[in-house]
Write a protein that binds this ligand. Structure first.
Ligand code: PHE
Length: 451
């Protein structure tokens, strides 16, 4: 890039921008359905432990790598050690895999917003509404195109800054509204059982799959292991307290995910008694459950519309951050004009996103290793590639450039309080755990081993 790197004005600016990328569908849509599916409390517990150890260490490392080199992923790894540029390339592939299917879900959110605004809440609260919608051939593709088009337009016109400004106002409102809805849900009949399921760990449900699901979700939700935080770090000023910024981003991101679970899971118990089938339904969970909650509320149509509008903003700030990353990587590599690169990335997303959308309906018989396309892309990015990139990053930091290099970078701004924890996690705990989890999950995905 020929432009000079501008930097965030200070800590608040940095934290808000990084939180804008982190908080998105991962928190509101993905976290609750995984927590419901993987045993409730045990998933939550594993997730929180991973967040304060793995998540913390990796986010510190990534942001410090970015700030130290002033470059985004591909260049940053290469600058630190010529032989390791490939980690950056591998990391850069991930946003390109996520963006198309992320936009399919973004399309669903857009559809629900429009449905609520146009008085369709009653219909949306019907059990079969969601299933009917996503299995249609044209309609979900249309909403995907609208969401994808909006993302591309914002990136093309370079108005991300404007969107980010709006989202800085919207995000706290989203957090507040989620809390209000969660409190309302807790007073619904049967919800307390759901609350207990969500917060009490049941150790008999612990398995390697739970840990892998939580780990993949952690990376996804905090935008880790895909080079994004390296790029954000490259814009961070040297005197900003990196460690406490990371803490704040983590608390905000995990807090919103926790509240989203609090809003969805007890509601599932209230409406369907917490049956295994209802809890394990996967990506549709939020879309099936929340309209029912809104329908039962006074003023639910307005609250529902507001909720989906806010979620749409959270999704857009994340999809913009994904697309921006892909576009800038291609531009850095090929040096092409921004408009052309945007058009190419857009075309690529259509080529992947349309089959993903059709995979929920007329193409549902087309599966890869037994998975529908949406699940397949989700699996490849979150359960395979991200753990691999995280593992390579840990090895790189732990044994090639050494933790000291990162600690020194962090300490330019302020003393690094958790440096011992950081070093132990990066050098030993994270690499060993990731290898074990990866092996067992890949074996089980191919049906070789039951875990
Ligand atoms: N972290 C975002 C979410 O939780 C997803 C995302 C990943 C966004 C990577 C940007 C980059 O929804």
């Amino acid at each position: 890039m020929s432009e000079k790197r501008s930097s965030f004005t200070g800590k608040i600016g940095f934290v808000l921008a990084a939180a804008g990328s982190a908080v998105g569908l991962g928190n509101i849509w993905r976290f609750p359905y995984l927590a419901a599916k993987y045993g409730g409390g045990i998933f939550l517990l594993v997730y929180i432990i991973l967040a304060i150890t793995f998540g913390f260490a990796l986010m510190c490392a990534e942001i410090a790598i970015g700030r130290k080199t002033g470059l985004s992923a591909i260049g940053a790894f290469k600058k630190l050690d010529k032989r390791f540029g490939f980690i950056g390339i591998l990391a850069a592939i991930i946003p390109a895999i996520i963006l198309p299917y992320y936009s399919v879900i973004g399309g669903w959110v857009t559809k629900y917003l429009v449905t609520f605004v146009s008085g369709g809440m009653k219909a949306a609260a019907n059990d079969s509404y969601f299933g009917n919608f996503i299995s249609k051939p044209f309609e979900p593709v249309g909403w995907f195109l609208i969401f994808m088009g909006l993302t591309a337009l914002i990136v093309l016109l370079g108005v991300e800054k404007g969107i980010e400004k709006v989202s800085k106002v919207m995000m706290p409102i989203l957090a507040f509204l989620t809390l209000v809805i969660a409190v309302y849900v807790l007073f619904m009949p049967g919800a307390i059982d759901g609350l207990l399921y969500y917060i009490t760990p049941n150790f008999s449900k612990f398995s390697a799959t739970t840990v892998l699901a939580a780990l993949g979700q952690l990376f996804y939700s905090m935008s880790l292991a895909m080079g994004i935080m390296i790029t954000y770090g490259s814009y961070m000023k040297k005197d900003v307290n990196l460690e406490s910024s990371v803490r704040q981003i983590e608390i905000f991101d995990t807090g919103i995910a926790f509240m989203a679970g609090l809003m969805v899971i007890p509601a599932v118990f209230s409406f369907s008694g917490g049956s295994q089938e209802a809890l394990g339904q996967g990506p549709g969970l939020m879309f099936v459950t929340l309209p029912k909650v809104f329908e039962s509320m006074t003023g639910g149509a307005i609250i529902g519309a507001l909720f989906f509008l806010l979620v749409l903003f959270a999704a857009l700030t994340s999809s913009i951050s994904l697309m921006e990353t892909v576009v800038s990587i291609v531009r850095d590599k090929l040096g092409w004009n921004r408009k052309i690169v945007c058009a190419i990335v857009f075309g690529f997303c259509l080529a992947i996103g349309i089959p993903v959308s059709l995979g929920n309906g007329i193409w549902s018989s087309f599966t890869i290793i037994g998975m529908a396309l949406l699940d397949f892309f989700d699996f490849v990015s979150n359960s395979v590639l991200m753990p691999i990139v995280a593992l390579l990053t840990c090895i790189f930091v732990g044994y090639i450039i050494k933790p000291k290099a990162i600690i020194e970078e962090i300490e330019i701004g302020a003393p690094f309080k958790a440096k011992t924890l950081f070093t132990i996690v990066i050098k030993y705990i994270a690499p060993i755990c990731i290898v074990l989890i990866l092996i067992s999950s890949v074996l089980s995905a191919f049906g070789i081993m039951k875990i």
